[in-house]
Design a protein around this ligand. Sequence first.
Ligand SMILES: [Zn+2]
Ligand SMILES: [Zn+2]
Length: 215
Amino acid sequence: MHKSNKNDDIKKILFAKFIGNCGFCFTDETDFLYIDFPYVSGAYGFMSFDARHLEALSQHEKDACFLFTHAHDDHFNRKEVRSRKLKAAGPFGIRCYAHDYITIDQLNRSGAWHITAFKTKHTLCLEHYSYVLEWHDTRIFISGDTKDISVLRKISNIDILISNPLFLKGIAKVKRINDFKKIILCHFRTKSKIAHKAHKKIIVPKQGKTIVLNP
Ligand SMILES: [Zn+2]
Ligand SMILES: [Zn+2]
């Protein structure tokens, strides 16, 4: 599924920096893909983020792409996305508000990744997508805000699950934690509340922390 590239023979490392909520910056140091960022800092009592993440955008916002699971404020800041003319992809709300909206197909032509969108359920949301992101032979599933794990019936061979706490609870309930090599928890309110989910595969990142995704 990956586009051929003259650097294919050089093993590239894929990093994800955790910004807050479901907000990550994925990069192989050539391409930059943001997920669910910029969002409205502190929206609905969820995580605020260091303003430096927003300042850092100005350095490469023309080249970076921005993918959103849905348009709730704790995932999507319509004002920032519009005014900065960010290249943004995602479901209905993003189509409505982004100044430079791009389709998933266009997004797939913009970088070394391949993204597949899956329509998933989320309360009080007209349209919500979960995603499979393939990049440097690593397959990543991004839940967004859905808690409905039935989407995984259509998907196999996921290396890394990036999950909200309720989706992970569903995975644990059906004993599928071992289907993944690594699980990165996001969109948690406090570390103490999720301590009972401790498992060696589950990474609970600190905000601003960079995680190496491929071995
Ligand atoms: Zn939401
Ligand atoms: Zn949310």
